[in-house]
Design a protein around this ligand. Structure first.
Ligand SMILES: [Zn+2]
Ligand SMILES: [Zn+2]
Length: 347
């Protein structure tokens, strides 16, 4: 089978590999249909960030069940599935509480084991979510990134009736924004430094879109004054400046969900820190996308929104192609961030 393989020096190659075999009880062989590159894959490719090399990445994929191993009775050949990449231990105190994202003895498809950037992949039954019949199979590659925002909404007690502000209009932010609209948010605002992304956010339903290069935090906050109560701010950009910005623009008693991961230290000014106190903000972290019962209702909600065609995915896609074309597009990033999803589409 063709597999898109990453080598330690950051080279992306299409290689012929044997089709993997079912080994352990609970294994399922999946024929991959669509697999997306995640922002978190970029350091795995270009900055020695993978657990081993050579590796086949891919943790955002959909496909059809080809064969089931011993003990798998609730999936059958031909079933449409999407990857649920985390495999928590299910037995530590965190797992027993249902806090699967917090498990420390986990496996992860496409980082600690080979993933979906290949024609076939073997994963555990728990790593698969069955897709509803109404859903387009290729949309399954978006379920994982959609659930990231849905998990933050869940931790915030939902987004219905709230004024949702998305800081960072990348893939995660634009998906979360569309979910918020579909789930009954009162208003949705996007903040970014890229006018094209802001225009896209507007076309996807954002009531307001602000460029934080052109406007100060105070100016943005002033323009949000009509929607300043019942805010839920989602920080998805993962930069020290955008974390400060999220705190600075948040309204009274807002909830601020920190979703983006930082690669640089954050120094909060005392003025920004005092806003946490003076506005009585609730800041909370949101990590991955899992809750109990496994893998969490985030996954069912994402599948429902996709089945109901509530989320526009096409405008978020920068590139879609076969193994060779996907490998070229990934290689061409050369370590820089993705400007739109890069997808592998297999026949
Ligand atoms: Zn990811
Ligand atoms: Zn655990």
């Amino acid at each position: 089978m063709k597999s898109v393989v990453i080598h330690a020096e950051g080279s992306v190659r299409v290689e012929e590999r044997p089709v993997p075999h079912l080994q352990a009880a609970g294994d399922v062989l999946v024929r991959v249909v669509c697999s997306g590159l995640c922002g978190s894959d970029i350091p795995r490719i270009f900055a020695h960030g993978a657990h081993y090399y050579p590796i086949t990445l891919g943790h955002e994929f959909s496909g059809y069940v080809e064969a089931c191993g011993e003990g798998v009775t609730d999936l059958h050949a031909g079933d449409a599935v999407a990857c649920v990449p985390l495999l928590p231990c299910f037995s530590c105190p965190e797992c027993e509480k249902g806090f699967y994202s917090l498990c420390k003895q986990y496996q992860f498809v496409g980082s600690r084991s080979d993933g979906g950037n290949a024609e076939y992949v073997v994963v555990n039954r728990a790593n698969l979510f069955r897709l509803p019949a109404e859903m387009a199979i290729e949309d399954g590659a978006f379920i994982e990134p959609i659930t990231v925002g849905l998990h933050a909404f869940k931790l915030a007690g939902g987004c219905e009736g709230k004024n949702v502000i998305i800081v960072g209009a990348g893939t995660i932010g634009l998906l979360a924004m569309q979910c918020a609209l579909a789930l009954g948010a009162r208003s949705v605002t996007a903040v970014d430094i890229n006018d094209d992304k802001l225009a896209l956010a507007k076309s996807l339903g954002a009531s307001q879109a602000f460029n934080s290069k052109d406007l100060s935090a105070d100016e943005i906050a002033a323009r949000l004054s009509e929607n300043r109560f019942d805010q839920l701010v989602l920080e998805t950009a993962g930069a020290p400046q955008t974390v400060s910005l999220a705190i600075d623009i948040a309204g009274p008693r807002a909830r601020v969900a920190l979703v983006g991961t930082l690669h640089h230290d954050l120094n909060l000014s005392s003025a920004t820190f005092s806003k946490i106190l003076r506005k009585e903000l609730t800041l909370f972290g949101s990590w991955m996308n899992y809750s109990a019962p496994w893998p969490g209702d985030e996954w069912a909600t994402a599948a429902r929104l996709l089945s109901e065609k509530k989320l526009a995915l096409k405008p978020l896609i920068a590139h879609v192609g076969n193994s060779e074309s996907f490998a070229e597009a990934v290689q061409a990033l050369n370590g820089s961030p993705m400007q739109g999803k890069i997808l592998l589409r297999l026949p």
